[in-house]
Design a protein around this ligand. Sequence first.
Ligand code: NDP
Ligand code: 2IT
Length: 447
Amino acid sequence: MSSDYIKSVLETVKKRNANEPEFLQAVTEVLESLDPVFEKNKKYENYKVLERLVEPERQIIFRVPWLDDKGVIQVNRGFRIQFNSAIGPYKGGIRLHPSVNISILKFLGFEQVLKNALTTLPMGGGKGGSDFDPKGKTDNEVMRFCQSFMTELSKHIGADTDVPAGDIGTGGREIGYMFGQYKRLRNEFVGVLTGKGLKWGGSLIRPEATGYGSVYFAEEMLKTKNDTMKGKICAVSGSGNVAQYTVEKINQLGGKAVSLSDSSGTIYDKDGITAEKLAFVMDLKEVRRGRIKEYAEKFKCEFIAGGKPWNIKCDCAFPSATQNEIDGKDAKMLLDNGCKLVSEGANMPSTPEAIEQYLAKKILYGPGKAANAGGVATSGLEMSQNSMRLAWTREEVDAKLHGIMIAIHTQCRNAMKEYNTPDNYVMGANIAGFVKVADTMIDHGCV
Ligand code: NDP
Ligand code: 2IT
């Protein structure tokens, strides 16, 4: 039901980016939700904001050659999409996964622009990565890849230009190798990356931030129904950074997390993933780099080989693995089993068919660009601390993160109210993020 104008912009985007399904999926969802904004205010159409918003400011693609442990040369492809710098330096993670391609990074970069606008902090949007697969590689191989990747990337980024961070496959180890190489090449110690180690400019709570933020957002959504996380049975997917700290916060707020997954399958632990069991997962994933199946063997619970957690009976779902991990069928199972809340720790984990069902059932659905914005928000706080050359305490950063998640929720609710789309956080998040970036682009003229 979009206006002719929005439809025509979408047609052009589809023609220009015909081979980029994930990018088209993300753009379609956003543009289709902006109708009421364009109806109310002609200036966005007059200034061609949409046409500009969907085109990245700059895309960099480069060769990443590196030597494996046998002394054989390997070649990967590196990318950085500098999508939009209207409200601040480009900011967004680096994904290292064999599936990485231009479509995936452009969808992530596009989402990041609007997500960062919601954080209340001055950050533009970008995303980068490589089709390098860290799985099964030694530390030395990962280091040589990261050094080669940064050798080229360093020409395009900077603390006031573009500040990358972690994402799938990029954690503290990779950020360390990349930071070391940047410092060596440029002879400057600056906050050019976030997610750094605590001894060298990192922020407390940054590792926890995405997962904690996603649960804080869920808590805010529940508050609108006079409800809380207490006693809620929660299905969580993934078992990496976001999933781990989602489980930790669910436990702290009195809920019960009963699942985790990786690309090999899902564990279902009816008794709950306690703090002690979570410590095992953290060691398994961050140190031993093993498979989640080991959890089922150690704690004697069910393992669903190759399966996802969405057929588990739960009150709340926290998809925290990857894009399109909940399809229409999965969503139906969740809803049929009584799931009342979905908070997206991952980026675009729900397909359009899944989202349609959440909205039809009017469940509390927090889309990724709002629900998982705590990670990049705390990256923004890391940048602030780096600029001031000081470090806030754990409590200070956590309080700021919590405050930002509440502010994001409030911005969504305000837009939902202003545009009369009650229960629809997709509209709320897309509109609130868009208006901030769009108004700024108009202020800056034809750029
Ligand atoms: P990690 O690399 O730490 O963990 C990723 C987890 O998801 C792993 O369990 C991995 O399993 C699983 N996974 C990844 N790709 C696939 C796939 N194609 N199919 C099945 N399982 C998969 O990444 P993060 O926890 O950092 O990221 C998870 C999600 O959260 C991503 O969507 C990311 O974009 C998003 N996000 C991350 C933020 C951050 O700060 N890190 C901030 C905001 C969003 P396996 O090991 O088997 O591949
Ligand atoms: O998707 C995301 O928001 C991230 N991977 C975090 C980006 C960041 O700059 O912290």
